[in-house]
Design a protein around this ligand. Sequence first.
Ligand code: ADP
Ligand code: 5GP
Length: 199
Amino acid sequence: MKKGLLIVISGASGTGKGTVCKELLARAPGIAYSISATSRAPRAGEEDGREYYFRTRAEFEAMIAAGEFLEYADVYGNYYGTPLRPIEERRTAGEDILLEIDTQGALNVMERCPDGTFIFLLPPSYEELRRRITGRGTDTAECIAERLAAARDEIRLGKRYRYAVMNDTVGDAVARIQTILAAERLRADRDLTQFDFDI
Ligand code: ADP
Ligand code: 5GP
């Protein structure tokens, strides 16, 4: 059985990771989504166990101590972490799994899982990034300024990823990601074992 892909989509806040991942999952229903744990409060409409596992800081710290995370990070004052066990279980069963995480988390996953598919999502411009963060309407003016300043540093990390995808339109960004995934599934280091050759 071939191991499933570990797909990591990352990029600066407001780039459109959430939007693009949702559309990718709609078009490629075979991909499982890794539900993260977080210590932030749920937003209106969010449900425990669907968008995130919502935990207190103390509960989150107990999970860290128990080694339950593949990675975790402090993102704008709240903990976010990727539970390890579902990832191993799904990949071993041959299923692909998608992580939508921040840049610190992605760099940590690169260390632990170098066989992952690391995709860096970029906005078309800083101006457009500002428009997207402002237009989302979930952040205060101070929070927007902080995220834009952080975005400049985060975008410099893009060259550490194997793939870079511009999110100009959601449809084009998702199509590019699907091209990457199609190629990743054909990589020789994943694929040759299925052929009956002694390579
Ligand atoms: P992230 O998860 O990276 O923080 P979101 O998915 O929340 O970003 O997107 C930020 C805002 O930008 C949202 O209001 C979303 O609707 C909008 N957005 C996302 N992708 C695009 C796009 N390709 N074109 C225009 N607006 C977009
Ligand atoms: P939000 O609070 O807007 O849902 O997410 C804030 C940021 O945390 C986003 O950049 C999101 O990608 C990131 N994030 C969500 N889950 C995880 C996770 O498990 N680990 C890390 N490192 N970042 C995460």
